[in-house]
Design a protein around this ligand. Structure first.
Ligand code: ZN
Length: 311
C-alpha cells in the first residue's frame, strides 16, 4: 500500500514555487516559507540563511556553495545546526579541504541525509542498510527513523515506500572511515606548479607535469598523504631522492626531490604521522620544494587536487 498524499502535495507545492520563482534571493523568502521544505521534498529554490534552517524543528536540507573564508567544516556545520561528521557522511567527502565554489548538501540536524535511489524503496529495506542486526534492535532503529523524519506512525505497520530522490535522515549513522589523500606537508600549502602541461624551467620545453610542486623551505618534514607501505626509496633520474608508497587499493603516491629519507621499502607508514623524509632540491629541481604525485592502480598520474579529502 502506498501512503504518500502528504508527500505528493508538498512536492507539488515546491514544484510550483520552483517554476514560478527559480532564482529568488534567499533573504526575500519569509522564514515560514521554509517550513514547506522538509527532507522529503526538494531543497529550497535558493540558499536559505543558515539561521532559518537551524531554527526549524523538523529536518530540512539545502545546497550550500562554499565561499571565500569558509575553510572549516566544523564551523559550517555549526551554522546550520548539524555536525561535521553529518556533513561528511551526507556529502561522501571528508571535507579536509573546502574549495571555494564546491556545492555541499547541508542539513539542520545531526545525521546522514540519505537519498533514495529508486522508486519503491521501502523503509524496511533502508533499515536493513543502516540499522544494526537483531530483530529488536532493528525495530527500535526503524521506529527512530519514523520519528526523525516525521513519517506517519502507520509507516511501521505498512512498509513505507519512497520515491527516487526522496531524502531521509539517518540519525544513527556510521561515521565513514575515510582513507583519502591529504597534503603531505603541514602548514600553509603553496602550489608553485600544478598538474598538467607546463613549460619546464630546466628542460626548456613543454612537458606534462605529473603532480604538484609544493614550495617549502629546505628540511621541512614530509608525511605520507595516505597510510600505506613504502615500496621504493632512493635516487631516480629526474625525481632525485624519491619515496614511493603503495596504498590499500593499489594506488601509489610519490615524493620527490627530497634531501633526506627516513623510511625503507616494506615499512608501514601512517598518514600525517610518520615522518618519511625532508624537503630538498635533489634531481631536476630549481630550488627546495616537494614534488608530489598520486597514481591510480594502473600507474596513471591523477591530479592530486581531485583526490585530496575525497572519501
Ligand atoms: Zn614537480
Amino acid at each position: 500500500m502506498r501512503m504518500r498524499p502528504r508527500l505528493l502535495l508538498a512536492a507539488a507545492l515546491v514544484g510550483l514555487a520552483a517554476a514560478a520563482a527559480p532564482r529568488v534571493k534567499a533573504q526575500w523568502i519569509a522564514p515560514q516559507e521554509w517550513l514547506r521544505f522538509s527532507v522529503l521534498t526538494a531543497a529550497g529554490p535558493a540558499e536559505p540563511p543558515p539561521a532559518i534552517l537551524r531554527a526549524l524543528r523538523h529536518v530540512a536540507w539545502a545546497q550550500h556553495r562554499i565561499v571565500r573564508g569558509e575553510w572549516s567544516a566544523v564551523n559550517l556545520a555549526r551554522k546550520y545546526g548539524t555536525t561535521k561528521a553529518s556533513l561528511q557522511a551526507t556529502n561522501h567527502d571528508e571535507l579536509y579541504i573546502m574549495p571555494i565554489g564546491r556545492r555541499l548538501t547541508v542539513l539542520n540536524k545531526p545525521g546522514e541525509l540519505y537519498t533514495v535511489r529508486r522508486d519503491g524503496e521501502t523503509l524496511s529495506r533502508i533499515a536493513l542498510r543502516f540499522c544494526p542486526s537483531g530483530a529488536s534492535r532493528r525495530a527500535a532503529c526503524e521506529e527512530n527513523l519514523v520519528l526523525a523524519n516525521d513519517l506517519p506512525g502507520a509507516a511501521l505497520l505498512n512498509d513505507y515506500e519512497f520515491s527516487k530522490g526522496d531524502r531521509l535522515l539517518i540519525p544513527h549513522f556510521r561515521v565513514p572511515r575515510f582513507d583519502s589523500f591529504h597534503f603531505p606537508l603541514r602548514g600553509a600549502i603553496r602550489i608553485t606548479s600544478g598538474f598538467g602541461m607546463r613549460y619546464h624551467p630546466l628542460l626548456h620545453r613543454r612537458r606534462f607535469h605529473d603532480g604538484f610542486d609544493i614550495a617549502k623551505p629546505y628540511g621541512t618534514p614530509v608525511f605520507p598523504a595516505r597510510s600505506g607501505r613504502v615500496i621504493q626509496t632512493g635516487w631516480v633520474e629526474g625525481y632525485g631522492m624519491l619515496i614511493v608508497i603503495r596504498h590499500s587499493d593499489g594506488w601509489t603516491t610519490r615524493y620527490g626531490h627530497l634531501s633526506k629519507i627516513f623510511v625503507h621499502p616494506g615499512q608501514l607508514v601512517e598518514r600525517g604521522r610518520t615522518m618519511i623524509g625532508r624537503v630538498g632540491s635533489t634531481g631536476l629541481s630549481t630550488g627546495p620544494h616537494l614534488h608530489f604525485e598520486v597514481r591510480d592502480r594502473h600507474n596513471r598520474p591523477i591530479n592530486p587536487g581531485r583526490m585530496i579529502g575525497r572519501g
